[in-house]
Design a protein around this ligand. Structure first.
Ligand SMILES: NC(=O)c1ccc[n+]([C@@H]2O[C@H](COP(=O)([O-])OP(=O)(O)OC[C@H]3O[C@@H](n4cnc5c(N)ncnc54)[C@H](O)[C@@H]3O)[C@@H](O)[C@H]2O)c1
Length: 452
């Protein structure tokens, strides 16, 4: 690999000036849950932000001034579109006109749980084809430590430009939390680590216009590892509390009471809550990027593997709980109607990716249950998404629908649900989120003693 020499005279200062005066043209590659909010914040910060995506439907929606991401209001997209601060295109040639390029493309796992960097590689190859001296490239996609140095940098340097000398390169992890009304792209501190001090300084200058706090770290590797620590921390603690829920189940103790009481300790404890399993694009996936990477150096990431094992088994425990609940009404899973409330992977959002509801519904169907669901945020679940025999459409949540189901299962505790009504009309309820407070004859909770 080429070593970083000193910056070509004037390049860094020229870009710094453009960033501080907001005259830089900034680009975002990948306009999904991460990229679109970022592009909008850049526009709000005063830049002309250009979004680049391979999906023409997204580009067309943005060009019409419409948002397709729940946390990004259409009014904002329309406003910045009209003011000329936001545009979108599928045409990669625009890269040559940009001063900065942030990469926000997916980083999924392969079926073997190995990292799938194909989206990052194709985005970087596309950027490399248009790369010019003086540009700043920042990878934001979550990935294993070393990706920026070992994968992105060599691809960008293929045509002779050198990172830190001719162009600038950094990693900055995305910390977006979809559906969070308090923390957003602007007020969550942004960690940045460049391949050289000049790269870090320029990355800071870019974000400083749009993000309240920028935190510098010494290298891209540190920044990459920061994100994996954060997500592994969550995966492991959720695994711990899920295991505790299973223990409480056997011991006849309510895990919900235990966690709430423990959370009164003012120091040294942070509450995590059990549930039907992990979902979303981050927690079930990112830690495996780290465990895969450390295998290369002969290290076994035992906490990560164990948490994956415990969390991955939760949907099955939920199905067992449903079977136990039906049993008290002298019913088998086969032939019973089960109405699932909430299928997105967490509360108040529309994202179905990796949702444990999919596994719960698939296992119920496999066992012969007649599965239906209600979710105001997810109008349909296609057969390929839930591995079922048919497409499902969200059924209206009526007193009749609740009365007719042999079992109603709360998988995602959306705030819009009227739990009093659910309790009033449902014959039998399995609640995996403690959405229905207190103990009731017909409510079976994950990690709590049965009442009948
Ligand atoms: N969603 C989250 O809550 C979240 C939070 C933190 C970090 N992340 C990370 O951010 C990254 C992006 O996640 P996301 O949820 O925004 O994904 P997403 O699937 O919502 O969006 C990715 C976008 O990239 C586009 N794309 C794919 N390949 C492309 C290419 N070569 N050129 C241009 N566009 C391309 C896709 O069409 C899509 O619109 C991932 O690494 C993820 O792990 C996500």
């Amino acid at each position: 690999m080429t070593s970083t020499s000193s910056v070509l005279p004037g390049l860094a200062e020229a870009l710094h000036d453009k960033l501080t005066s907001r005259t830089a043209r900034v680009g975002v590659v990948g306009l999904g849950y991460v990229g679109l909010p970022l592009a909008v914040e850049f526009a709000r910060g005063g830049f002309h932000a250009v979004g680049i995506d391979v999906d023409p439907a997204k580009v067309e929606a943005l060009s019409r001034g419409e948002s397709y991401i729940q946390d990004v209001p259409t009014a904002d997209v329309a406003h910045f579109r009209q003011s000329g601060h936001l545009s979108a295109t599928t045409d990669t040639a625009v890269i040559a006109e940009l001063d900065t390029i942030n990469i926000c493309v997916p980083t999924p796992l392969r079926k073997t749980k190995d990292p799938d960097l194909s989206y990052v590689v194709s985005a970087v190859e596309m950027i490399a084809a248009h790369l010019k001296p003086g540009q700043l490239v920042i990878l934001e996609s979550t990935t294993y430590p070393g990706t920026t140095d070992e994968v992105v940098r060599p691809l960008l340097e293929k045509r002779g430009l050198v990172a830190g000398r001719d162009f600038f390169l950094a990693f900055s992890p995305e910390r977006v939390d979809p559906g969070n009304p308090t923390w957003n792209t602007r007020n969550v501190p942004k960690v940045v680590g460049g391949v050289s001090p000049a790269c870090t300084r320029l990355a800071r200058a870019l974000y400083a216009a749009s993000v309240d706090t920028v935190v510098e770290v010494s290298s891209p590797k540190v920044a990459e590892m920061v994100k994996l620590l954060e997500n592994t921390f969550r995966a492991v603690n959720i695994g711990l509390v899920n295991e505790l829920a299973l223990m409480c189940d056997r011991l006849g103790i309510s895990v919900w009471d235990v966690v709430d009481a423990a959370a009164t300790k003012p120091f040294g404890f942070m509450p995590f809550y059990p549930g039907p399993g992990l979902g979303g694009h981050c927690i079930p996936i990112d830690p495996f990027y780290l465990s895969w990477k450390v295998k290369e150096v002969g290290f076994e990431a035992r906490f990560i593997e164990l948490a994956g094992h415990v969390n991955g088994a939760m949907p099955h425990h939920v199905v067992a709980k449903i079977a136990d609940a039906l049993n008290t009404h002298a019913k088998a899973v086969r032939g019973s109607s089960v109405l699932v409330l909430g299928v997105s992977y967490k509360r108040d959002i529309d994202d179905l990716r990796e949702s444990p509801a999919i596994d719960v519904m698939a296992e119920l169907e496999q066992k012969g249950a007649n599965v239906s669901y209600h979710d105001p945020y997810v109008p349909t679940v296609h057969s390929r998404e839930w591995h079922g025999k048919r497409d499902l459409a969200s059924v209206p949540l009526t007193a009749d629908a609740l009365r007719q189901a042999d079992c109603v299962v709360v998988l995602t505790d959306h705030r819009v649900f009227d739990y009093a009504e659910v309790l009033q009309h449902a014959r039998l309820i399995v609640d995996t989120r403690n959405a229905i407070k207190g103990a009731h004859e017909n409510v079976f909770k994950l990690g709590a003693p049965a009442r009948n």
